[in-house]
Design a protein around this ligand. Structure first.
Ligand SMILES: [Ca+2]
Length: 138
């Protein structure tokens, strides 16, 4: 478990950077377990569990039953699956990840806050790393 200091500005910067697109594309590829080029419901569920988006963005910290969790993941899947094809393609994944990150940025606002990160490669961690690199490069 690490702790990063991050604000909305840092997250927005990251979303506009090509590094973000690269990260999202890599993530998509690693989540597409059967390699068919789209994410199924179960593949995307694994993604949510890994990204910890529930905790980070949706603000739900008390999820008690498996049924509630499934309902939650289903509603998230429907958000990603814009054209209701039953799968999430790369374009849908990219645009929704961007929306989610921007929503996080809005939530963070201008005041830097500390966030506990317990996965080394989370997107917020990458955002903080990128900002640190930029500061170091000046
Ligand atoms: Ca797939």
């Amino acid at each position: 478990m690490g702790v990063i200091i991050i604000d909305g500005y840092t997250v927005r910067h990251f979303v506009d950077d090509e590094e973000f697109q690269k990260n999202v594309d890599e993530r998509f590829a690693s989540l597409d377990l059967n390699g068919d080029g789209v994410l199924s419901r179960s593949e995307l569920r694994k993604a949510f569990e890994r990204l910890r988006l529930i905790e980070a963005h949706y603000g739900i910290d008390v999820v008690t039953t498996p049924e509630q969790l499934t309902a939650l993941y289903d509603s998230l899947f429907d958000r990603f699956d814009c054209d209701r094809s039953g799968t999430v393609d790369l374009q849908e994944f990219r645009s929704e990840m961007k929306q989610i990150m921007l929503a996080i940025a809005d939530g963070l606002g201008a005041a830097p806050i500390q966030i506990a990160i317990d996965e080394g490669n989370s997107l917020l961690q990458k955002a903080a790393d990128l900002e640190a690199q930029k500061i170091a490069a000046v």
